[in-house]
Write a protein that binds this ligand. Structure first.
Ligand SMILES: Cc1ncc(COP(=O)(O)O)c(C=O)c1O
Length: 309
């Protein structure tokens, strides 16, 4: 049976519960200090095959394990446990639509920000509604935020830790206050890093360019997917390199990408028009290829998908 959003099922500490019954201690380090690591895992409904596909589960779980390792979590779950919990809870909700599954490891109990455990998990499928192709007809108006992206010298941007998102928040809030849709962060040395919940790509001439992983960016699964599709499926020229701020304003095309926003074109940055101020050709082709890939329509990329039966 299909549950409405407010009554959906959640996997919580080994049980499948109504989301309203999943309660976390207010004094737990996760509640107080954002001491959790998590993944947002996209699942796409393929209407022809009547199947839901989870995208790149292995890579999401590898990153979850790396995040937990860096934060020194006392981890009792294996990759197989992660996978089983996701499949069980998606099936328990009987979904036949696109989802984003939030899979979070959190430090529970009454400890402090230095505690290693107890580490618990929840897995919450969240229906996503439309894809970016449907709701993102208008491009993004971005600013370069005055806040800098967190760096290796303070909080590692490579991992998905809840507390990292306070940096995303200050940039996003500044953008909204000033009338923009979202922002682009520079890193500590003033080079382009990423968006608040997304990676940045631009096109110059016929070349797709993105900052290096050492420029203060998350080890993003979408970034990796786009690099792969651009080079192997579409034959685009691609370079991973440091990007200067002024290059943003002179780009021919630009977009932000991530599991949540998929590929979202940028039409202006700090009110400079990017390219023609419309959807660029390379971005359009990549977007189509990305959506085909995640929904199981690219035969040779089906190894990235896990069918939830
Ligand atoms: C800061 C940041 N960069 C990039 C991304 C995109 O990562 P992924 O493609 O793995 O969703 C996210 C996603 O949450 C993010 O928070």
């Amino acid at each position: 049976m299909l549950y409405d959003v407010s009554n959906r099922r959640i996997w919580f500490k080994g049980e499948i519960l109504n989301v309203n019954d999943a309660k976390i201690n207010i004094l737990a380090p996760t509640s107080q200090f954002g001491l959790n690591v998590f993944e947002g895992i996209p699942c796409y409904w393929n209407d022809e095959e009547k199947l839901l596909y989870a995208f790149r589960l292995d890579e999401h779980y590898d990153r979850l394990i790396r995040s937990a390792k860096l934060m020194q979590f006392d981890l009792k779950y294996t990759k197989e446990d992660f996978k089983k919990a996701l499949i069980d809870v998606v099936k328990a909700n009987d979904y036949n639509e696109n989802l984003s599954v939030r899979q979070t490891l959190f430090v529970d109990g009454f400890g402090s920000w230095a505690s290693e455990g107890p580490v618990e998990m929840f897995v919450a499928p969240i229906p996503r509604g439309k894809t970016s192709a449907e709701y993102n007809k208008k491009g993004l108006n971005c600013c370069v935020t005055s806040w800098r992206r967190i760096s290796e010298e303070s909080l590692s941007p490579r991992v998905k830790c809840g507390a990292n998102y306070i940096n995303s928040r200050v940039g996003q809030r500044e953008a909204l206050r000033n009338g923009y849709d979202t922002c682009i962060f520079l890193n500590e040395v003033g080079k382009v890093a990423e968006g608040p919940g997304s990676c940045f790509f631009m096109v110059k001439g016929d070349t797709l360019i993105t900052p290096r992983l050492t420029d203060s960016v998350l080890e993003s699964i979408t970034r990796d997917t786009i690099i792969c599709l651009a080079q192997k499926e579409l034959g685009f020229n691609f370079v991973e390199r440091t990007i200067d701020r002024t290059e943003l304003y002179m780009a021919d095309e630009a977009f932000l990408c991530g599991s949540a926003m998929e590929i979202s074109p940028i039409y202006t940055i700090d009110r400079y028009q990017i390219g023609s101020g419309n959807l660029g050709e390379l971005t359009k082709r990549l977007h189509k290829s990305y959506l085909d890939c995640v929904s199981g329509k690219l035969e040779n990329r089906k190894n990235w998908l896990t069918a939830i039966k």
